[in-house]
Design a protein around this ligand. Sequence first.
Ligand code: SF4
Ligand code: SF4
Length: 96
Amino acid sequence: MSKSKKKLLAWNELPIGGYITEPGNAREYRTGDWREGKKPVIKEGKCNNCLLCWIYCPEGAIEREEKGVKINYFYCKGCGICSKECPAKAIEMEEE
Ligand code: SF4
Ligand code: SF4
């Protein structure tokens, strides 16, 4: 199977220990499956583009865009750190 057509894995399909089989293979692991009930949502107009959430997110699930940031729910595990650290209170944890 070519690299670009590889099946993306859910957390419970990972090899035991989630070991690294090749450089960059953690990209295939859907850590977003770990969310339980709540997800962060960025409130338009409140974000001042300080990028603190981008720095704090342990999953690298915050993506930088030309104007602001976006959450990649494929990787976001719903820990809420971004919401807690956002100085503008622009990220709210909402029910899925
Ligand atoms: S921490 Fe808050 S204000 Fe700063 S970029 Fe993230 S969402 Fe925007
Ligand atoms: S909830 Fe946690 S994993 Fe999801 S974007 Fe925020 S800091 Fe990252």
